[in-house]
Design a protein around this ligand. Structure first.
Ligand code: FAD
Length: 302
């Protein structure tokens, strides 16, 4: 299992395969977990989820952005999504990755791109989540968040439970709307738990702490053990449903997504779209090699 995880994480970082994948549209089963390649298809998917009482967070997929022109293009695409969410009056907000907006090129350039997006979203009362990437970008992403929160309040971020520093971060950022996840990247044992048991334990502790002390908690997991634990914890501690939501990725455990929404919990589906699907898809295979079923089914269904 660990070998497969490393293999898929390695593949997710392969820039040649990433560029090749962009040219061929959604392939290998990625179409089951990526909502579409353009804004129109994505809005349609959001409307379908909204009809089931599910809100959405929309991610315009994009990785390996090392040229300003690409980051500017990504910014324009995200601004289009913000406009479309407003025009179609759908229940959705934005998830974005600072690296897609130029963090690896120049911090101030990235800050300006983010400022433009956050400002426009703020004028429409749309929330923007800064997704968290790998450790090398962690502190810079928090810095961007802090700087922009001096001007805007429609922003929040992610706490990754595999980092030793997560406990400190969650306390520092408790007044933000926070998504809490286990963590998707391969990180060094210098600063991250490696063992599933340790990560799961820290994950539960962080969720409980933020539910009791934080502003609003998004519990982003497909793990039914964690979800059942949270259901019990909020009941015992009298935490009302408007203080938290569950989140899952588009195309995963769809039955559970629908049933949680039906049970009356706030539910938000993470909806990725775009032609830059390759790295996202490989990370999903790394998390759960059983997801290879998606690939196998696709190959044999031709
Ligand atoms: P796992 O630990 O992968 O699985 C636990 C158990 O749950 C499994 O053993 C199995 O029993 C069950 N299970 C899991 N998946 C399935 C399935 N598909 N079908 C049936 N059973 C299943 N990571 C980041 O680093 N940064 C981010 O910004 C970020 N944002 C995210 C946003 C959302 C909405 C979600 C859902 C995840 C995000 N992640 C992010 C990824 C996250 O960090 C984990 O890598 C990912 O969610 C896998 O962990 P898990 O908690 O879902 O459960």
């Amino acid at each position: 299992m660990a070998l497969l995880k490393d293999l898929f994480i390695g593949l997710s970082q392969n820039q040649i395969l990433n560029s090749a994948a962009k040219k061929y549209g959604l392939k290998l089963g990625a179409q089951n977990v990526v909502a579409g390649t353009n804004v129109e298809e994505t809005i349609q998917s959001i409307k379908e989820l909204n009809a089931h009482g599910i809100s959405c967070t929309v991610d315009n997929l994009g990785e390996f952005v090392f040229e300003k022109v690409e980051a500017t293009k990504a910014k324009e695409q995200i601004l289009d999504v913000v406009e479309a969410i407003h025009t179609h009056e759908v229940d959705a907000h934005i998830s974005l990755k600072p690296s897609q907006l130029g963090l690896d090129i120049d911090y101030d350039f990235c800050l300006e791109n983010l400022r433009e997006i956050v400002a426009k979203a703020s004028s429409y009362d749309i929330f923007i989540n800064f997704d968290m990437e790998d450790y090398d970008r962690l502190q810079a992403s928090f810095d961007l968040l802090e700087t922009l929160s001096e001007e805007y309040s429609n922003i929040g971020t992610v706490i990754q439970a595999y980092f030793f520093r997560a406990e400190e971060d969650i306390q520092k950022y408790k007044n933000y709307r926070l998504r809490i996840v286990k963590g998707a990247y391969k990180e060094s044992e210098e600063y991250a738990y490696q063992n599933k048991k340790d990560i799961d334990k820290n994950y539960i502790e962080l969720i409980e702490w933020h539910l009791l002390n934080g502003k609003f908690t998004s519990i982003a997991t497909h793990d039914h053990v964690v979800i059942n634990h949270v259901k019990e914890f909020v009941k015992v501690n009298n935490i009302s449903n408007d203080k938290f939501e569950f989140q899952m990725l588009y195309g995963f455990r769809t039955d559970m997504q629908l049933s949680l929404a039906k049970e009356g919990y706030n539910f938000c589906t993470y909806v990725p779209f775009g032609d830059d699907w390759y790295g996202y898809f490989m990370r999903r295979l790394a998390e759960r090699p059983q997801n290879l079923n998606l690939v196998v089914k696709q190959v044999f269904n031709k």
